[in-house]
Design a protein. Structure first.
Length: 174
């Protein structure tokens, strides 16, 4: 009779995601994940090849989470708010999304709802350009915000809303 499984891949990825959010990428070690799920580190290798693979799975799960949130949003403005909310709720996962660790297909899926929304606004010919503009602005804003780089005062919620209103407003053709 085979030995019963003491953990699952989902449990391993969830544990790694928790460690990521509490301690950053450096906290995601095979030993720490094994301890979190209640097994010895060598047991993890039955499910995950190595740490880099595990980080890729965590990043892929984060991309799936963000994709679902963007799919549920109603329009570009709401997507931009959802994007920022995700970054605030899961800042380390947000940072991980912008590394080579995350599967390109997962990131492409995350782009799909944004491309649909920009296509509805500016048309298919400029949807990718508009999506890149909005994504670059939002990513830059949120990355600076998470790093504490906005030091001149003012309300960042108001500043983000201002950016949304003016950027999205500039995309809408008369």
């Amino acid at each position: 009779m085979p030995t019963p499984e003491r953990t699952s891949l989902d449990e391993i990825v969830s544990a790694a995601a928790r460690l990521l959010e509490t301690g950053g990428v450096a906290a995601v070690t095979m030993q720490a994940v094994a301890q979190d799920v209640g097994v010895k580190a060598p047991s993890l290798y039955k499910r995950v090849r190595d740490r880099e693979t595990l980080l890729g799975l965590v990043g892929g799960a984060a991309a799936d989470d963000l994709t679902a949130r963007l799919e549920a949003a109603s329009g570009i403005e709401d997507q931009l708010l959802v994007f920022r909310r995700f970054a605030h709720e899961r800042p380390e996962a947000f940072r991980l999304l912008f590394t080579a660790t995350v599967d390109a297909d997962k990131l492409a899926a995350t782009s799909a709802p944004v491309l649909r929304a920009t296509s509805a606004t500016v048309g298919a010919d400029h949807a990718l350009d508009a999506a890149r503009l909005l994504t670059a602005w939002a990513t830059g804003f949120v990355t600076m915000e998470l790093a504490g780089a906005f030091r001149l005062g003012g309300d960042l919620d108001d500043a983000y809303d201002y950016g949304i209103a003016h950027l999205v407003g500039s995309l809408v053709s008369d």
